[in-house]
Every structure is written in C-alpha cells, then in structure tokens.
Design a protein around this ligand. Structure first.
Ligand code: ATP
Ligand code: MG
Length: 597
C-alpha cells in the first residue's frame, strides 16, 4: 500500500532567491533562458554536434577534453594548475597535457593494453594521475579510479570484481596493498609513479616505473584508438551509502552530457579558473574533475590536499577561481569554520558556486548567499546518470532546499509504487526517462540489478522526491532511508535540515528506529559546533526546536550527540551505519567509510 509523504517543508521558511536580470550580471551566462531552451532542445543539435568527433566519426572523451583544443589552436592555454600538499605548484598547458597523455597512451599500447581493459588508478591527486587517465582513455582502455585512502580490502574487492588488467599507483599506496596484489589473477602490470624519485622500488617483469616508461617511449607516432561513442570509458564504484558499492560502467558518449552540463549547469567558459573539490575516486571527480572542465577548455585547479577552510579560500583568492564545484558536507564544514574566516579573504573572483552529492540544506544556501554574496547552486545526479540531471542554473531563481529543474533534454518524474506518474505536490519515486547520453551502460556483471532499475519506461533512481507547482524538484531522501512513523513517511533530510538551523548543530543524521507502537520513531544523531557542549538541556532544547520547525510527529523523539558523523569518502552521511549501530546489527560493507572524521 502506498503512503504518500505529506509536504511539511522547513524550507518554506526561506525566501526564494531571485536572480538579477541578465543585463545586470557580471557576465552573460551560457544558458540565458532555461524555459525556452528546454522547449526547443535537441540532443543532436545542441549536444552531440558541439564536440569535434574523430576523423572517422568515432568519439573519444579524452580527445574531446585535451587534443581538440590543441588542434583548434588553444594549445598554449593552461589546462591545469596543480597545488601539492606541501605547496608545490606545477602548471601544464593543453599542449603539454596532450604530449604527456599521448606518451602514456603509447606506453599502455606497448604494454599490450587492449580496448576495454580495466585499468585501476589508485593514487592521490597529482598531475600524473590525469596524464595517465587521459592516456589510457586515448589508447582505448577503461579507467577505474579509486580513493587513495582505501585499504587493501576495498581495493582487492573492486579489482577482482572488475577483472583489472593494470594498476597505476604510487610507492606509498602500493606498499599498502602489496600483499594482496598476487590475489588479482587478471593483473598484468603495475605501474608505479614515484614523483619525488625517493622510493626504492624494485622493478621486475610485472612492476614498472612510470618515469622509465615515459622516458623511453616514442609517442611521435601515437595513434589514438579509434573508439566509438559506444566504447567503454570509465568504471566507477558507487559511494556505498546504501549498501555494497556497484560497479557502474560508462561509455565515451557520456562526454556529450558532461560537456554540455559543464557549460549550462556550471556555466563553464573558456578561460575560467575552475576548482572542483571532488576526488576522482568519486564520479564527481571524473565527470566534473576531468571531462566537463577540460572539454570546456578551462583552467582547472587541482589541489592535492584535503578539506581546510583557510586553504580553500586561499586558493580561490590566489588563483582567482571563477567557478567552484563542491559538496554539502564541505559547505557545512565551511559554515562551521565560521564567517570570520570568509572575511579574511577576497573571494570576489567567484562567479558561480555549485554543489552535489547530498541534499544541500536550505540553511547552507542562505548562508552561502550571505557570505559568498551569491547563492550556492544545488544539483542532483548519480554515478549511474554520469552527469548532472537536475540543477539550479545561473539565471533561474533558487528555492533553498530544492535541487532545481531537469536539465534540458532530460525528463524526470515522480511515480507512485505502481510506477505511474504523480502530479505536483505529491511525493514518490524519483525517476528519469531513459536515453540521456551519459546513462550508465551496466552495473558490472550485475544484469539483474541493472534491469531492476527500469520500470514501465522509467529509470528508477532509488531516491524519493516531489515536484512543486512551478516544476522545482525537492529531494526527500533515499528510498531506503525514508522513515515510516505512525502512518507518515518522513524524509530524513527535512529533519536534518531543521536541526542544523540551530546554532549549536553542525551536522545531523536521522534514522527510523523500530518502535512497537509507531512502527518507527525518528531518531537524530548530531555533531555540535565548536563551543557547544553535549548536555541534556541542549538535547531538550533541540527536540523543542525541531518540534517548532516541523511537527511533533516528525521531530526527533530521541537525539544522541556523537563526535564524528559516519560518512562515505565522498562526504555522504551513512544513515544505514547509524541505524546498524543503534540496533547493534552488523555494519555491512564499510569499505567507503571515511575514517578520519
Ligand atoms: P550507493 O548507490 O552505493 O548507495 P550513492 O547513491 O551515495 O551510493 P552516488 O552515485 O555517489 O552513490 O550518489 C548518488 C546519490 O546521492 C543520489 O541518488 C542521491 O541520493 C544523492 N544525491 C546526489 N546529489 C544530490 C542532491 N543534490 N540532492 C540530494 N541528494 C543528492
Ligand atoms: Mg546510489
């Protein structure tokens, strides 16, 4: 029986943020009129035709990202500025980027890599990661990037699952997984990038040094593999928020949507200084940390270090970042770091800020608008969708808490449990009409699971949402996380958003705790801002605060204070883990759990 979620939105407390008219904007955005563009949109004319394609009509995403700019006379433009953990800096033009990636492509061909071979990339964000990735793609291989923080088990699981042929890594990371490498029976070669030349790597038939390979290779006659739009390009394991990560396989044609969403949803323009804080271990770090920016010919800042409010602001100020793409978890940490830190920096170069990965709490949108003097644009997509599907755009007004409207050419709907479409104001299953260019091709060797995601002509996202009268989409929660309390379905997001409006609360994770009478009761786990203490009095205050914002039935019945919010490496709150811990159940797959808070 289908229960529908009542619309009780904390977000109504926040006013719509209206955009100035285009003539009053600092620069004219790429997408000027969302509505008319949407009505007249054509994927062939507006998407596919915007790329260069290969001479034989094929498509290669790395060619579109790197080589074509060189062929079009833009080789001198800066493709990437790398900032190392220790402050080192390296800059590469598109020409240099092409040269390095051609060389690595030739290396891979010489090593016998075949089309569609899976090449794992297990390393920190250093320039060589990107040279290798582009080289592999140009030579027809499939890149499978992993978070460098993974331990041996998650690396083994994924490499075994994918039947990895090659591994590109660094000395430190290799030593972490050395003992398990012999388990990967399909593995042919391990290429070690010793950037500082300080490790004493013993090379043998299987273990090779990047430096030697690159020094000895002759790439003057490198022939880019004539891939087609249907060739496989990237394999990504999902974030593991809801269970065991799935291997999502993408094809070269995804680049069409990555390019166009970069242009229209992130407003990327040639010459922009773009800063994406995502690691390539997460899909955001490849779709928007490689493909979207470079196909749009921008200069990308690649920062090897992790989160730090001061260093991020410093980067924006020093390099004059114009477009910044980050995630709610980081934005909440920036809020926690406080307004005083923001004021110490000149962030006036910024023109556009985007966010993805989790619902962006309305509080964060408003905070951003005040402190960065521009709203943060939330957008929604998944590993499976390969690119942005729903977004707030440069010229569209923002309703804080809403993920905006479907990208032109993308049709989204809200369905009931029989997969019939619901109207405005009703909550249900968030679904997409299949056929968008960056749609996943498969869950690796999980056909049944893949097929189960398609129902009555829709792709089922696994999320719950609603649409309002004006076509804005509102995320409510993952289907697995929705709480059933006394006959109401409650999305954890609205409860979490209400809690973080309280000045003491930094982050909140909300679950349904089994209850003999109500079926489930709402329970919240909360981390506090600096200077606040976890007391019973604060607990009572927070419960009262949430009741005022929500309603007694929806507000948390119980609140626990915790020191560290369990999150995935891509920064998503792992509610299933909060729940397992609460109930004393096994924690399940924790391979993506962030362990350093
Ligand atoms: P798994 O599929 O392994 O459980 P995951 O779904 O977190 O992990 P990703 O593909 O990285 O893996 O994340 C996609 C999901 O993240 C979406 O389905 C949605 O639940 C959430 N998400 C992404 N962006 C947004 C957003 N702007 N608002 C709300 N939720 C978002
Ligand atoms: Mg998912």
């Amino acid at each position: 029986e289908f229960l529908y979620i009542e619309l009780r939105r904390t977000t109504m407390a926040f006013e719509e943020i209206t955009k100035p008219s285009v003539s009053d904007m600092k620069e004219t955005p790429n997408l000027i009129d969302y509505q008319s563009t949407r009505e007249d949109f054509d994927w062939y004319r507006d998407g596919f035709s915007g790329l260069d394609w290969l001479p034989d009509g094929g498509l290669n995403n790395a060619y579109e990202a790197v080589d074509r700019h060189v062929n079009n006379g833009k080789g001198k433009q800066k493709a990437l500025i790398w900032i190392g953990k220790n402050g080192d800096e390296e800059t590469y033009t598109y020409s240099q980027f092409k040269e390095e990636s051609d060389k690595f492509g030739q290396v891979m061909k010489n090593l016998g890599m075949q089309r569609a071979d899976r090449v794992f990339i297990f390393m920190d964000r250093i320039p060589e990661l990107y040279f290798a990735a582009m080289g592999i793609l140009k030579a027809g291989g499939v890149i499978a990037p992993l978070f460098s923080a993974f331990g041996p088990d998650p690396v083994r699981d994924r490499m075994e699952d994918a039947g990895a042929s090659f591994l590109v890594t660094t000395p430190e990371l290799k030593s972490k997984i050395d003992t398990m490498l012999p388990d990967i029976k399909t593995l042919q070669k391990v290429i070690v990038i010793d950037k500082s030349d300080s490790a004493n790597i013993k090379t043998d038939e299987k273990t090779l040094l990047y430096k030697d390979l690159m020094k000895n290779v002759d790439a003057t006659n490198f022939i880019l593999e004539p891939t087609t739009q249907y060739d496989f390009s990237i394999m990504h394991y999902t974030s593991g928020s809801t269970g065991k990560p799935k291997g999502v396989l993408h094809r070269h044609q995804a680049v069409v949507q990555q390019w166009l969403t970069g242009k229209w949803a992130l407003d990327l323009k040639e010459g922009d200084i773009y800063f994406c804080t995502a690691d390539p271990g997460w899909v955001t770090g490849t779709s928007y940390g490689m493909m979207a920016p470079w196909t749009n010919c921008v200069t990308q800042i690649i920062y090897e270090g992790g989160f730090s409010a001061a260093s991020w602001y410093e980067i924006i100020q020093k390099y004059g970042v114009t477009v910044w793409y980050t995630a709610p978890t980081a934005i909440r940490l920036l809020m926690r770091a406080g307004e005083a830190v923001v004021q110490r920096y000149d962030l006036s170069s910024l023109r556009f800020i985007g966010s993805v990965g989790e619902p962006l709490n309305p509080e964060a949108v408003v905070w951003g608008n005040k402190n960065y003097k521009m709203p943060i644009h939330d957008n929604w997509w998944q590993t499976e969708t390969g690119a942005i599907m729903c977004a707030n755009y440069a010229t569209t007004n923002i309703r804080p808490g809403s993920m905006g409207k479907p990208f032109p050419g993308v049709t989204m709907g809200i369905l009931d449990d029989q997969y019939n479409e619901l109207g405005a104001g009703e909550s249900g299953i968030l679904a997409v009409r299949p056929g968008w260019p960056s749609q996943m091709f498969a869950y690796w060797q999980q056909d049944e699971m893949y097929n189960s995601r398609f129902k009555k002509g829709w792709y089922i996202t696994g999320d719950q949402a609603s649409i309002d009268e004006d076509g804005y989409f509102w995320f409510q929660g993952r289907a697995d996380d929705v709480i059933n309390t006394a006959g109401h379905l409650v999305g954890p997001f609205e409860v979490e958003s209400a809690l973080i409006e309280h000045k003491a609360v930094a982050e909140a994770g909300v679950i349904g705790k089994p209850d003999p009478i109500a079926m489930e009761v709402v329970k919240a786990f909360v981390t506090l801002n600096p200077d606040y203490e976890a007391t019973d009095q604060l607990r009572r205050e927070l419960i009262g605060f949430a009741r005022d914002k929500l309603s007694a039935g929806v507000a948390p019945r119980e609140i626990d204070f915790i020191d560290v919010m369990p999150k995935t490496r891509s920064g998503k709150i792992m509610r299933r883990l909060l729940k397992a811990r609460e109930l004393g159940l096994p924690e399940g797959d924790t391979s993506t759990l962030e362990d350093d808070g």
